[in-house]
Design a protein around this ligand. Structure first.
Ligand SMILES: *Cc1c(COP(=O)(O)O)cnc(C)c1O
Length: 402
């Protein structure tokens, strides 16, 4: 059976060039970068090359890149580290309602420690209102933390404009760029970004590796103590294979960015147009054009996203749903709800994220299989059949009242 992986926003396979390099660093160049002998020096060289490769991709200086265990740690370090180092200046943080939980939950943890957090609402297409942002800024605002691309719906946020506002007000600006790093051009200077999180496993490198870019002069406290690695900002023996993998993957992503963005945008639009054309009662979630190449999120009315995922899986198609039902809760995703999508529509959400291995044949296969599955599911749905489907329907699955 055909196997089609359309969940690249969740994770990616490791690309062959990276596998080869990792193998070398696991078996030959296995030294501790802090050691003075040749084994150590060679490992150190690998780490520093990776630092240069990653810095180059976002127009930063190598010494501004700090390796972490992934995007989640980088987000924690950026937010808690800034809060701890700047709390005498103020205790107010601004973020959005559609952030990844690595940002949302970190901000929430600070509320318990006496910080105040403004969670900005978003427009129906997941973009933000810059005037609202401006009016939310206070004298005691120390940090704005905002994602570049939303992982669930693919919308690109106006990072450059927000960076300008943050700079004018002297507020530290953190960007969770895990979904855009290596896929969209980023210039930390032009965009006035002070802190930026990225992750290896979203760009064909290893899980458990990421980095935080820290602009020189930005006040930030470390989360960990215990050694002088990463200039004491992130002590602990470096994950050398993971770091060199991340570096090479970033380098290759930079080389391929333009061509791959063009290719994926075409495939994405073919998939979106095909779905909208072949399946009635479907809506696209997120911005139509200002979205990540390769990112599709649709709500298919009168079906459950979970059943849809299972049926797609049986046909060899790996996608993800727009609800958090898999995590045990029956509530739809906080992102879709923040966009104002009603529960019953959010429940029928489907995210398909394309990547390096995705071909036009894959898209054709989905466009052949998906309409059949939707028709089958709808034919079994009492909701669909009884046609009590207008605006007053209730969301029987949700624990929350609408
Ligand atoms: C995947 C992801 C993260 C978490 O990164 P990990 O390396 O998996 O910890 C953070 N933010 C966004 C937007 C993501 O998509």
């Amino acid at each position: 059976m055909r196997r089609v992986y359309l969940d690249h926003s969740a994770t990616t396979p490791v690309r062959p060039e990276v596998v080869q390099l990792v193998n070398k660093y696991l078996t030959e160049t296995f030294g501790n970068p802090s050691s003075v002998h040749a084994f150590g020096r060679e490992a150190r060289k690998g780490v520093e090359t990776a630092r240069e490769q990653i810095a180059a991709l976002i127009k930063a200086k190598p010494e501004e890149i700090f390796f972490t265990s992934g995007g989640t740690e980088a987000d924690n370090m950026a937010i808690v580290g800034t809060a701890m180092a700047n709390q005498t200046k103020g205790k107010h943080i601004i973020t959005t309602q559609i952030e990844h939980h690595a940002v949302l939950d970190t901000c929430k943890s600070l509320i318990k420690q006496g910080f105040e957090v403004t969670f900005l609402p978003v427009n129906p297409d997941a973009t933000i209102d810059l005037e609202l942002l401006k009016s939310s800024i206070r004298d005691d605002t120390i940090l704005i933390t905002m994602m570049h691309v939303n992982n669930e719906v693919g919308t690109i946020l106006p990072i450059k404009e927000v960076g300008q506002i943050a700079k004018e007000k002297g507020i530290i600006f953190h960007v969770d760029a895990v979904q855009s790093f290596g896929k969209l051009p980023i210039d930390v200077n032009e965009m006035n970004i002070d802190l930026l999180s990225a992750s290896g496993h979203k760009i064909y490198a290893l899980k458990g590796t990421g980095c935080l870019y820290i602009r020189k002069g930005t006040k930030i406290a470390p989360l960990f103590f215990g050694g002088s690695q990463e200039r004491k900002r992130r002590p602990g023996t470096e994950n050398v294979p993971g770091i060199v993998a991340f570096g090479l993957a970033a380098h290759l992503a930079g080389q391929e960015m333009e061509a791959e963005a063009e290719r994926l945008t075409k495939l994405r639009d073919k998939l979106i147009d095909g779905i909208l054309e072949k399946i009635p009662n479907v809506q696209l979630n997120g911005h139509r054009t200002n979205r990540l190449p390769g990112h599709v999120n649709v709500s298919i009315r009168y079906i459950e996203g979970e059943s849809l995922l299972l049926m797609l899986d049986m046909k060899g198609i790996a996608a993800s749903s727009g609800s958090a039902c898999t995590s045990g809760s029956l509530d739809p995703s906080h992102v879709l709800l923040a966009m104002g999508i009603p529960h019953e529509i959010a429940h029928g959400s489907l995210r398909m994220t394309l990547g390096k291995g995705t071909t036009e044949e894959d898209v054709d296969y989905v466009l052949e299989v998906l309409p059949e599955i939707v028709e089958k599911l709808r034919s079994m749905s009492p909701l669909y059949n009884s046609m009590k489907l207008e605006n007053n329907e209730e969301c029987s699955k949700c624990t929350q009242k609408r």
